[in-house]
Design a protein around this ligand. Structure first.
Ligand code: HEM
Length: 259
């Protein structure tokens, strides 16, 4: 077994097929592929962390969420490489992308669904019956990582106005007074609720990094295409700016004010 055999490098390094001979298209292809690889690991970690929370095994979940955060940090850094590409460089190959867009990334959408940013309309980017559509439909119906944490609060004796027997979790979480009261209790007595407090802060970490990724994407997009429409058909920067308003774990941000 050689290094190249173990890593299937022949296959991995044969998957870069720029559609033009333009210098910067190689960067564009590789940055997207590298991001998809990191997202594959992110999905693996996030999903495993959710299962550990379901099993009341918080210590391994914390380790996985820390790794997920470091992956997010890595992905944020990658915008520095991409932003060396100027608008003129991008225009040399943009037409060759057709209607391909990150909005069609299955793994990105899975991460969003696992983090609770659920919206059925995103499924329209995937063919019904395809494996991608099935994976996303399943993730849409499952509790998000935040809902897994709320179910843990219920198991620990907190009274929340959510039904633990619910089988379909496709509706996105809306801010809830009973959830806010539970987190306030945790933050007011951290010594007593130390592991829940630690979990809450890990969740704030991942949402914080997620917001930073979105912000760097938006800024990079603005410096490369300005206010032009996206290849995926949205309004472009305006669409991405709107996503910055998303609050995934609202009560965890609100508890700071309440304390
Ligand atoms: C030249 C660089 C880039 C430009 C101009 C760009 C532009 C855009 C635009 C305009 C959108 C909105 C959807 C659309 O209409 O297409 C979008 C979405 C998206 N892009 Fe990029 N992008 C760039 C690089 C990247 C990279 C490197 C990634 C990493 C995989 C990425 C991932 C995504 C994702 C996941 C979405 C969906 C976001 C959402 O729905 O909230 N983009 N991009």
């Amino acid at each position: 077994m050689s290094y190249a055999d173990y890593l299937h490098l022949d296959e991995l390094l044969s998957c870069q097929h720029p559609r033009t001979g333009q210098h910067d298209e190689v960067l564009f292809v590789i940055i997207h592929q590298a991001t998809e690889l990191w997202m594959k690991l992110a999905v693996h970690e996030l999903r495993a962390a959710m299962r550990q929370i379901d099993a009341d095994e918080l210590a391994p979940a914390f380790k996985m969420l820390s790794r997920f955060s470091r992956i997010q940090s890595q992905l944020i850094q990658s915008w520095d490489v991409l932003s060396t590409m100027t608008p003129a460089d991008y225009l040399t190959f943009r037409d060759s992308l057709g209607s391909a867009s990150g909005i069609q990334s299955v793994q990105y959408r899975l991460i969003e669904f696992y983090m609770g940013n659920k919206n059925e309309r995103y499924l329209t980017h995937f063919t019904p019956g395809s494996e991608a559509h099935e994976r996303l439909s399943t993730a849409l119906r499952e509790p998000s990582i935040y809902e897994a944490a709320l179910l843990l609060l219920v198991r620990r004796g907190f009274t929340l106005s959510l039904d633990p027997e619910r089988t379909d979790w496709r509706a996105a979480h809306v801010p809830d007074a009973s959830v806010a009261a539970a987190w306030l209790e945790v933050y007011r007595d951290t010594a007593r609720h130390w592991d829940l407090y630690e979990l809450a802060e890990k969740l704030v970490d991942i949402e914080d990094w997620f917001r930073q990724w979105r912000f760097r994407h938006l800024t990079t997009v603005e410096r490369i295409i300005g206010a032009k429409r996206g290849t995926g058909g949205t309004s472009g920067a305006d669409y991405l700016r709107k996503a910055l308003e998303t609050r995934l774990f609202p009560e965890l941000w609100d508890v700071r004010t309440a304390l």
